[in-house]
Write a protein that binds this ligand. Structure first.
Ligand SMILES: [Zn+2]
Length: 180
């Protein structure tokens, strides 16, 4: 046992294992508390800094992610498959990709444009199901349903984007073969 002088223990005796090294004056938990407090005090600046760093190292990060995926492709694919087992996740994924493809070439934040969370999006669509629509036949193909728009808006304006992609403008529609 030894004394920890950190904010959580204030001189109390605690187990040796709780310290990261023999000379530390505070235990690991207390050190974590310190850095948490430091982060909270300076949150906005640190967030901006990290965002800036990420944008400067975008390519590097992409390559790192790719390398990680290639080295762990089996478990990565299994994780994706597991995630896609949930109907809420599948619908969310589709809604986000729908925005990305409509906005091709322009920067956008799909989550912000949708204006809701996964559960809300799912219940919003499910509340408008027509007879025969359900969790099992979501997707492209005959007798399946996809996400459609209630009204069309001009995607060239920010206002139009906010209205077009907002979850309240989405409804379930039967899939139709695209002619052409
Ligand atoms: Zn402590």
């Amino acid at each position: 046992m030894r004394k920890c002088y950190g904010p959580l223990h204030k001189g109390a005796e605690i187990d040796d294992d709780a310290f990261s090294n023999p000379r530390a004056k505070a235990c690991r938990l207390c050190f974590a508390q310190y850095s948490k407090a430091r982060y909270a005090r300076d949150k906005e600046r640190l967030k901006a800094k990290s965002k800036e760093w990420k944008s400067q190292h975008r390519q590097e990060l992409q390559e790192k992610n790719r390398a990680y995926y290639l080295a762990n492709s089996q478990s990565c694919r299994a994780n994706v498959a597991k995630w896609m087992n949930s109907i809420e996740n599948r619908i969310w994924h589709r809604a986000v990709n729908r925005i990305r493809s409509a906005m091709r070439g322009y920067s956008c934040d799909p989550k912000l444009l949708l204006g809701c969370d996964k559960k809300t999006l799912f219940f919003h669509l499910a509340s408008q199901f027509k007879p025969g629509m359900g969790e099992k036949n979501f997707g492209k193909g005959p007798l399946k349903w996809v996400i459609g728009s209630v009204n069309q808006f001009d995607l060239g304006t920010k206002d139009g984007q906010l209205k077009a992609f907002h979850f309240t403008n989405l409804k379930p529609v039967w899939w139709k073969r695209v002619k052409g």
